[in-house]
Design a protein around this ligand. Structure first.
Ligand SMILES: Cc1cc2nc3c(=O)[nH]c(=O)nc-3n(C[C@H](O)[C@H](O)[C@H](O)COP(=O)(O)OP(=O)(O)OC[C@H]3O[C@@H](n4cnc5c(N)ncnc54)[C@H](O)[C@@H]3O)c2cc1C
Length: 422
């Protein structure tokens, strides 16, 4: 069990807190990991830099992660939240429309999930995990880490600038784009994907089109540049998340501020612009760029990287939270085995196992931007079985090796793209 070795009258900076596992960050990967460890009677402490609720991008979930929510007893609170149901993905390009219904997929497992505002969703998960008994400390920032022979020494600073030390047997870095251990341990690698930029906001959508399907994410392709695409993620309160993604040079050529650029793009896509004709912007229009990131290694002596602290690919298939949860599932199962005295192989059973699905998504992301996947998605004569296999990946089942598009994604996509070529 954790002990706080300080005495009441000692200043905070002499405090030493001990824990078996320290988790950096209370986002999806940190919350899930802490819940699973706590259920397995492993002493866990979560240190979170911000105060929740806080904004995060990443609002469209994939059905594969519903199993993780169930595993951590988090499904009931998510089901009770009144979130917008999501049962598929719709794609639109130059007037063509293609729909994937997640129930009609190759892999077994849930076929529906939700679209969520992350500020509320992440707080909901963290609150539930706290009620399960996990200690989450907000507004405390991990600023330094040293791995010693018998433990990790972690320096933490609170909002008032006071510092203290945590001694942890193991660290799970779930710090997302904070990428704490990759920065501190010089593990960062540039992504092999080009730098891309997203411009986004929330809108009160006022959509009146009776054919618009709120149960699906809508991905639209720019009519003149098929490397530029838009997301429209509806929420249950009549608002939507709206965003556009492209290479920075594309946006540089559009005059004005973020809002001007976003709506110039929307106006260039006739179907999206018609759908959003009455939309009212309800948040700041923000932008993010250069978010794709990689690392030299996903684990090391006494630590592992979860979710975005490891590799982040691209938002196009909404895979971020799914990968974050999968990383938490895999890493915690190894920590439980270690606690039970079993020998584990972090490379094989964590890094390689996680990368199986990440590499499936990577093949799909690459095929999206070079046009192969767009040809496949909009191909009208595809067999039902092949569409079910593609649908399973779009639903997040990227680790199901019985799906040929998981076992050999690149090869299978190449063969299929030849058949579907326009
Ligand atoms: C444009 C864009 C669109 C996206 N759309 C989607 C989508 O539709 N669906 C989807 O699933 N994913 C999407 N993603 C990805 C998604 O945002 C991330 O994959 C997901 O949030 C990763 O979760 P996480 O738990 O790893 O990290 P996060 O959710 O980022 O949580 C990390 C936490 O760590 C805390 N932290 C950071 N540094 C420190 C520190 N030093 N000390 C203590 N705490 C710290 C942060 O405050 C934060 O709360 C998108 C990403 C981008 C860029």
């Amino acid at each position: 069990m954790r002990t706080d070795k300080n005495q009441q009258d000692k200043p905070l900076n002499t405090t030493v807190v001990t824990t078996d596992v320290l988790i950096i960050g209370a986002g999806p990967s940190g919350a899930l990991a802490s819940s699973i460890l706590n259920k397995n009677n492993i002493d866990v402490l979560v240190i979170e830099k911000q105060k929740f609720p806080r904004f995060s991008i990443g609002e469209s979930l994939l059905p594969q992660l519903m199993n993780n929510l169930k595993q951590a007893d988090l499904l009931a609170t998510v089901d009770a939240a009144g979130y917008q149901l999501k049962n598929g993905a719709a794609f639109r390009k130059n007037g063509d429309y293609s729909v994937f219904n997640f129930e009609d997929k190759f892999s077994a497992g849930a076929g529906t999930t939700y679209q969520i505002k992350r500020a509320e969703f992440d707080k909901r998960l963290a609150d539930e995990v706290e009620s399960q008994g996990v200690d989450i400390r907000y507004e405390q920032e991990v600023i330094a880490v040293e791995v010693l022979a018998d433990c990790c020494q972690v320096r933490v600073r609170d909002v008032e600038g006071k510092e203290y030390t945590i001694e942890a047997g193991f660290i799970l870095d779930a710090s997302g784009f904070g990428r704490v251990l990759p920065r501190l341990f010089d593990l960062e690698l540039p992504s092999d994907l080009p730098v891309r930029q997203s411009i986004f906001c929330h809108v009160k959508d006022n959509i009146v089109d009776e054919h618009y399907d709120r149960d699906k994410i809508l991905i639209s392709v720019h009519p003149e540049n098929d490397k530029v695409w838009y997301w429209l993620i509806p929420f249950s309160d009549g608002t939507c998340s709206l965003g556009v993604v492209g290479e920075p040079e594309f946006f540089e050529n559009i005059p004005g501020d973020n809002k001007d650029k976003l709506f110039a793009c929307v106006n260039a896509e006739p179907d999206l612009s018609r759908l959003l004709v009455n939309a009212e912007v309800t948040t700041e229009v923000e932008q993010l760029q250069g978010y794709s990131a990689n690392v030299k290694q996903l684990h090391g002596s006494r630590f592992a990287l979860l979710g975005n602290a490891g590799e982040f690919l691209d938002p196009v298939f909404s895979s971020g939270v799914t990968i974050a949860f999968k990383s938490a599932e895999l890493a915690t199962s190894l920590l439980v085995k270690q606690k039970n005295g079993e020998t584990v192989c972090w490379q094989k059973d964590y890094a390689d196992a996680l990368m199986k699905g990440v590499d499936t998504f990577r093949a799909f992301v690459n095929a999206w931007y070079d046009g192969r996947l767009q040809d496949i998605i909009f191909y009208e004569d595809a067999s039902a079985e092949v569409r079910q296999m593609i649908c399973a990946i779009l639903a997040g089942y990227a680790w199901d090796e019985t799906n040929p598009y998981v076992s050999k994604p690149e090869k299978r996509l190449n063969v299929l793209a030849e058949i579907c070529k326009k």
